[in-house]
Write a protein that binds this ligand. Structure first.
Ligand code: AMP
Ligand code: GLY
Length: 423
């Protein structure tokens, strides 16, 4: 199969790495890709939000299968575009159609879905400028902290958690009337705060049956001990020791099954992966959010734990034969540590040369924000490299990671030294 991967991060490099090992793999293209993906296939420097240009690339390179990494093209209907185009409709796409992608594209849509199908989640109400006063009254019925979520996509920044009622009211007004997150906050979901420990669940589905991939935990804060600003993710671990069999049975029964059934009942065709952000509150699972794609950096730890063929898995999804696919999982622990640019998640510089990658022997280096210039690798984003290592437990895997990291350097490189510290 000639495959096109859409995206340019650590997630896409990891998927490319695994697809390149597939017995079904033929030519591999990545749009736009990064320095890491350029070693596995051909990077296409095209604007992925322009579906017409994407169509030209798909036809030119005789693509059979499109894997969509990030959420934006899915929410913008890339799957429908391909399905509805007479020249492209035979091409298989991994990622849901636009209607189901609203599970990530609209917080209100996903909360309504969760409520409709009786899936445990935080209680909520949603508000617009017109109902601002009602929003204030709803906040008064809740206990702090207060959770405010922009309804639409806000590049992972649209959620505010506030300790003080007055501050929550001020921010609600900022979001609704002053468009703090642009159009994304024309509607705001206010939620009850859930106190617990989070984990990421990935369910691949062809719309009929499903397979649960390894669970992972991601470390979102910039500083050690889970302190400081939120980032895209500073590291991840799989499996998750606190997710024991009893808890995971509850997740499957109360969350995964009703979600897959709900998609069918609501006539939301889904061929792809559903990322369920979970929180464990006193041993009970609740849904924090749905995403309609793989997580990053979770992908960098869950894909290396899949022993079976990934393109065969994606093909089984496309052909609606997922029930016949045998998913084989490596029971070792995998960790990933993100090397980021100094200053990230706030202002940071790009274009720093990266040294020493060739000296890493005990870990896999997945590129996130990198680019190739004159055969040298330079930084090209906040999150730069994901250092993935195997071990019999997270401690052993982390030891390898830090040994590997000692070989790598770029100006103002930063990373967390405590990924997995709480497990
Ligand atoms: P979301 O984009 O909905 O995943 O929210 C971003 C982050 O905010 C989550 O990963 C949680 O850490 C936190 N969060 C969101 N909703 C809640 C909630 N109801 N209770 C506690 N924390 C939350
Ligand atoms: N790691 C969280 C995300 O990909 O949204």
């Amino acid at each position: 199969m000639n495959t096109l991967i859409i995206g340019s991060g650590g997630r896409e490099h990891t998927i490319a790495h695994k697809i390149a090992q597939s017995k079904l793999a033929n030519n591999l293209f990545i749009a736009p890709g990064n320095a890491g993906t350029s070693k596995l296939g051909t990077n296409l420097p095209i604007n992925i939000t322009d579906f017409k240009i994407l169509k030209q690339a798909i036809l030119k390179h005789k693509i059979d299968f499109v894997f969509v990494g990030p959420e934006a093209p899915l929410v913008n209907g890339i799957h429908n575009f391909i399905l509805n185009d007479k020249d492209l409709k035979h091409i298989n796409v991994f990622g849901p159609q636009q209607k189901a992608a609203q599970l990530e594209g609209s917080k209100e849509f996903s909360k309504e879905f969760l409520y409709r199908h009786n899936i445990p989640t935080a209680k909520y109400q949603s508000f617009t400028t017109k109902s601002l006063e009602k929003g204030y009254l709803f906040l008064e019925t809740l206990k702090p902290p207060y959770v405010l979520k922009a309804d639409g996509l806000a590049a992972g920044k649209g959620v505010l958690i506030l300790n003080n009622l007055q501050e929550a009211k001020t921010e609600l007004k900022e979001m609704l009337t002053n468009q703090k997150f642009g159009k994304a906050s024309n509607k705001v979901v206010i939620e009850e705060f859930l106190n617990g420990i989070e984990l990421s669940c990935f369910v691949v589905t062809d719309g009929k049956s499903y397979k649960v991939l390894p669970y992972a935990k991601d470390y979102k804060r910039i500083n050690e001990g889970d302190k400081g600003l939120n980032t895209g993710g500073m590291g991840a671990v799989s499996p998750v020791p606190f997710a024991d069999a009893v808890f995971l049975n509850k997740v499957e029964k109360r969350i995964i099954k009703p979600t897959i059934n709900g998609l069918q009942k609501d006539n939301l065709p889904y061929k792809g992966v559903l990322f369920i952000g979970l929180i464990k509150v006193n041993n009970e699972p609740f849904v924090i959010e749905y995403n309609v794609r793989f997580g990053d950096p979770e992908t960098e730890v869950i894909i290396p734990r899949i022993k079976s063929d990934l393109l065969e898995l994606f093909n089984a999804v496309a052909e609606e034969k997922l029930d016949q696919y045998h998913l084989e999982i490596d029971d070792r622990t995998v960790t990933t540590v993100m090397l980021v640019s100094g200053g990230y998640p706030e202002l940071y510089e790009k274009n720093k040369e990266i040294f020493g990658l060739e000296n890493v022997t005990e870990s896999i280096v997945f590129h996130a924000g990198t680019r190739l210039k004159n055969n040298k690798v330079f930084t090209n984003g906040g999150r730069v490299l994901a250092i993935t290592s195997y071990g019999k437990n997270s401690k052993e895997a982390m030891k390898k990671a830090y040994k590997s990291i000692k070989n790598i350097s770029f100006d103002q490189m930063n990373y967390r030294t405590d990924i997995g510290f709480d497990l």
